[in-house]
Write a protein that binds this ligand. Structure first.
Ligand SMILES: C[S@@+](CC[C@H](N)C(=O)[O-])C[C@H]1O[C@@H](n2cnc3c(N)ncnc32)[C@H](O)[C@@H]1O
Length: 274
C-alpha cells in the first residue's frame, strides 16, 4: 500500500520545511555517530529514503565523499527541490534527488547502504517496507534506520505538566494521522523479517536548554495544529495559544529543568552474504 501525499501528518508547507531544518540541527550529532557506527564510509553508494530537506543526505554525502554517491528520494517535489539546492549551495555534487514513494522505488543498481530518519513511522506497514528495501541492497550492504520513540520522550517530560500535555496531544495527533509513534519493535521485527544480520540497536534522547532547543516542541505543535483540530483533539486544554510558547518556557524556568525531544531509536545491520 502506498501513502498519498495528503495523508502525511506533518504536511509539506514552507513553515514545515523550515521547522524540519531547525529540528535537524539538533538531531545531526546523533545521526552522524549512528551512521558512522553502522559503517557508512568513503566511496559508498547510499540511498536516503524520505530525505525531506536533505539533512541526512548532507551528512551521508560528507561521509561517502567525492568517490561516493547519495541517491535521495521523497514523496514531495518541493522538498526534493529545496534539498537539491541546499546540497549544491554547500558544494556537495555527489547527490541526486528523485521524487519517489519508498514503497515502490526501485533502481537498476544495488546500493551499498540504505539510510533513513523519521520516515518509516509514516508508512502503513514499516516491516513490509524494510523487507522491500532490503532487496535494493547488495550482499553485505548496510541498512541503517532511525525512527521515533515517543514513550521515552513522554517519560522524560512527566514532571512538567504543560509540556506533558503538549507532547501527549502531539503524540495523539500523530497517531490519529496514522503514524506509528513507537518504532522500536517494528524496526527490530522488520530487520528480522528482511533476514538481515541481527540488528544493533541504539536509543538516543535529545536533551538541551538553549532557547532554540526549547522551542522545538512548540514548533512541532504549530506544524500539526490544524490536523489536531481536524481530529477533534483538546487543544483548548493548553490554554491561550498566544501565550503558550512563553508558558512552556516559564515552566522549564520554574522547575529549573531542561527540555527533551523525540527519542531516536536506531537499528543497523547488513544484508547476509550467502
Ligand atoms: C519527518 S520528515 C524527515 C525528513 C528527513 N529524513 C529528516 O530526518 O530530516 C519525513 C519525510 O518523509 C517523507 N515521506 C513520507 N512518506 C514517504 C513515502 N512513502 N515515500 C517517500 N517519502 C516519504 C515526507 O515527505 C517527509 O519529507
Amino acid at each position: 500500500m502506498t501513502l498519498k501525499q495528503s495523508d502525511y501528518v506533518l504536511g509539506h508547507t514552507p513553515i514545515e520545511q523550515q521547522r524540519l531544518i531547525r529540528q535537524a540541527r539538533f538531531l545531526a550529532p546523533a545521526t552522524e555517530h549512528f551512521l558512522q557506527d553502522a559503517g557508512i564510509v568513503s566511496g559508498m553508494r547510499v540511498l536516503d529514503i524520505g530525505c525531506g530537506m536533505g539533512d541526512v543526505t548532507l551528512l551521508v554525502a560528507q561521509l561517502v565523499g567525492p568517490a561516493g554517491r547519495v541517491v535521495s528520494i521523497d514523496l514531495d517535489e518541493a522538498s526534493i527541490d529545496t534539498a537539491s539546492k541546499r546540497a549544491s549551495a554547500v558544494g556537495l555534487d555527489n547527490t541526486t534527488f528523485h521524487r519517489a514513494d519508498i514503497s515502490t522505488f526501485s533502481d537498476a543498481k544495488l546500493f551499498d547502504a540504505i539510510v533513513g530518519r523519521l520516515v518509516l513511522e509514516f508508512l502503513p506497514d514499516p516491516i513490509a517496507a524494510i523487507r522491500q528495501l532490503s532487496r535494493l541492497l547488495r550482499p553485505g550492504g548496510i541498512m541503517a534506520l532511525q525512527e521515533p520513540s515517543w514513550k521515552v520522550w513522554l517519560a522524560y517530560t512527566s514532571h512538567l505538566p504543560l509540556r506533558m500535555a503538549v507532547t501527549t496531544l502531539l503524540r495523539d495527533t500523530f497517531v490519529a494521522g496514522g503514524a506509528n509513534t513507537e518504532m522500536e519493535l517494528p524496526l527490530h521485527q522488520g530487520f528480522i523479517a528482511a533476514e538481515l544480520t541481527p540488528p544493533q540497536l541504539r536509543l538516543e534522547l535529545p536533551i538541551g536548554d538553549s532557547p532554540e532547543f526549547r522551542g522545538l516542541l512548540h514548533d512541532l505543535l504549530l506544524a500539526v495544529w490544524t490536523r489536531a483540530e481536524a481530529h477533534g483533539l483538546p487543544l483548548n486544554k493548553l490554554g491561550d495559544p498566544a501565550t503558550l510558547a512563553s508558558r512552556l518556557n516559564d515552566e522549564l524556568d520554574t522547575h529549573r529543568a531542561f527540555a527533551s525531544f523525540v527519542a531516536l531509536v536506531g537499528a543497523f545491520a547488513r544484508k547476509r552474504v550467502d
